[in-house]
Every structure is written in structure tokens, then in C-alpha cells.
Design a protein around this ligand. Structure first.
Ligand code: GDP
Length: 286
């Protein structure tokens, strides 16, 4: 039918390698460096070239080949009868991945400024597609410091993405939805790790608390004019609504997915298998 033909014409060009950029963020000790290293080494194993893998100590930005078995979003619309499909699947799809150097709070601050820089339309080389926010799912089991840290960092990230989305004037438009967030609930190999559903619930609850307490702070500061009129993140804020990622997506167009995985595996043969669902998420953004 007509829509199929239209899709074919629109996405025919998708045979060319698709590329976008992703930024790794998250609290200290979550597994960002481990994930970056794993994806980089998986990628270089894919490259059958003889050139030695260049491992840079200073740069933490790299181009990675997506495994050919991972589907990409631009393939979704293509007919199975599309003769170019088999050809296209031979062309490696690459993406840029950036980690932020440093430790602890310093790294967080650098991560936030890196995010701002990558969202800047003139500064980003290839389109910013997503943030991979890594959390240690084993450290979030109690309502503790680690949970508060992770939630407030994620809150700040979401606020930046919301501002960008709303400044475009078209909430839930394609432009606004472009930068998605993956909360990678890492360390699922540990029996103490919370399953991704609980990680999501805990983060939503904690973000809701943060939002309420900051909102209260803002009201107090309104006693002296000139105080900030800064807005907080939306998402379920209909007066008494709880914050949720789902309503944030609906109201603002910023999509947050919480997916479990493990960078480390106790079985040598499984190396890299624990990150497959994250790679699938990456593919869906490309
Ligand atoms: P970063 O501060 O976010 O860069 O965290 P790192 O990548 O340095 O990882 C922190 C610690 O967690 C290291 O000791 C890693 O070996 C460990 N780690 C990372 N991923 C996993 C995982 O999936 N399972 C387990 N058990 N440990 C992990």
C-alpha cells in the first residue's frame, strides 16, 4: 500500500551507516569505565582489520561498531523484501560513545557540562541520540545515600533534557524526543542487585521526593524577590501526581527506559552477553 511505499522511499537511504552520539553518565562505581572498555573491545574484535587497537589513556571518546546482529531503528520500516537489506546489514553501523574522565563529584560535574556541550547544536559533530545513565543496582537496595546520589544526578540530567525539549517549543515532537535516556541497571550478576523494575520504582520515588523538597525550597525563597523562578522537571505533576518516567515521556517527550544488565559476568564465555539489551536500546536510537 501507499504507506509502505512511502516508508520505503523515506528509509531507502538508511543503507548508509547510521551514526549518532551517546554519553555515559552515572554515579561513581556504577560501572561506566567497565562498560566503555567492554563495548570498545567488542567493537575492535568486530573489525577484522590488522591495525592494532588504539587504546588512548587520555581520550574517553571512541567510535564503536554496533554488532551486526543488533537491529537498528531505521531498519524497522524496511520491507523484508527490500533487496538492499542484506547488503545494508553488511555495512557496520557505528556510533560515538563518550565517557567522562575523573572521579566522584568532579566526574559528575564534568558529565553535566559534557551533556550541555553535546546538546549544543553547533558543537556536536554527530547527532546526540542518548544518555546511558549507569547505576549499580546492588547499591540501591536500601533507601540510602547511593540512591539519593543516583536520583539527584539523574534528576539534574532530566532537567537539562527537559529544558532543551521544551525550548524547541514542540514538546513530544521528533526533535524533543531525539535524546533518550537509558538507565542501565548494572551488576545484575550479583544476587543483591535489584531487578530493573524496582530500580525504576526507587528512582521515581526518590526523584519525586527531590522535586518536592526543591519545590518547597523555591517557595521559601520566593519571600525575597529576585530568587529563582526555575522550574523543576515535569512528569505526573497534576497537583498531587507522583513523578514517573512514563508521564515525563508523555508531557515532555523525554523517554527513559530502565533495563537490567551486567558488564561483568562470572562465565568467560558470556562476556558481553550481559549488555546485549543495552546494545539493542542503542540500536533503536540509531
Ligand atoms: P565507574 O566509576 O562508573 O567508571 O565504575 P567502574 O567501571 O570503575 O566500576 C566500578 C567497579 O564495579 C569495578 O570494580 C568493576 O569491576 C565493577 N563492576 C562493573 N560492572 C560490574 C558488573 O556488571 N558486575 C559486577 N559484579 N561488578 C561490576
Amino acid at each position: 500500500g501507499c504507506p509502505l511505499l512511502l516508508h520505503y522511499l523515506l528509509y531507502r537511504k538508511a543503507a548508509a551507516p547510521t551514526s549518532g552520539s551517546f554519553l555515559l553518565l552515572g554515579p561513581s562505581g556504577a560501572g561506566k569505565t567497565a562498560l566503555f572498555t567492554l563495548l570498545e573491545s567488542k567493537s575492535s574484535r568486530l573489525e577484522k582489520s590488522t591495525k592494532p587497537t588504539h587504546i588512548s589513556q587520555t581520550s574517553s571518546s571512541t567510535t564503536i561498531n554496533l554488532s551486526p546482529t543488533i537491529p537498528i531503528a531505521s531498519n524497522r520500516y524496511r520491507s523484508i523484501n527490500d533487496p538492499s537489506l542484506s547488503e545494508a546489514s553488511k555495512i557496520p553501523v557505528t556510533y560515538h560513545l563518550r565517557d567522562t574522565p575523573g572521579h566522584g563529584k568532579l566526574r559528575e560535574l564534568q558529565g553535566i557540562s559534557q551533556l550541555r556541550a553535546m546538546l549544543h547544536p553547533k558543537k556536536s559533530k554527530s547527532g546526540m541520540r542518548g544518555v546511558i545513565f549507569v547505576v549499580d543496582a546492588a547499591s540501591l537496595s536500601e533507601q540510602n545515600e547511593a540512591l539519593r546520589d543516583a536520583a539527584s544526578y539523574l534528576h539534574d540530567v532530566l532537567l537539562i533534557l527537559q529544558k532543551r525539549a521544551l525550548n524547541n517549543g514542540k514538546p513530544s515532537s521528533k526533535i524533543a524526543a531525539e535524546v533518550a535516556v537509558l538507565v542501565a541497571a548494572n551488576k545484575q550478576d550479583l544476587f543483591t542487585a535489584l531487578p530493573p523494575g524496582s530500580v525504576r520504582d526507587k528512582l521515581e520515588l526518590e526523584i519525586d521526593r527531590i522535586r518536592k523538597s526543591r519545590g518547597k525550597g523555591l517557595m521559601d525563597s520566593s519571600v525575597n524577590p529576585g530568587g529563582s523562578d526555575e522550574e523543576d522537571i515535569l512528569g505526573g505533576d497534576d497537583g498531587h501526581g507522583m513523578f514517573s518516567f512514563k508521564s515525563l515521556a508523555g508531557e515532555v517527550g523525554v523517554q527513559v527506559d530502565v533495563i537490567g544488565g551486567a558488564v561483568k559476568s562470572d562465565k568467560e564465555a558470556d562476556v558481553g552477553a550481559g549488555v546485549r539489551r543495552w546494545e539493542e536500546w542503542l540500536g533503536m536510537c540509531l
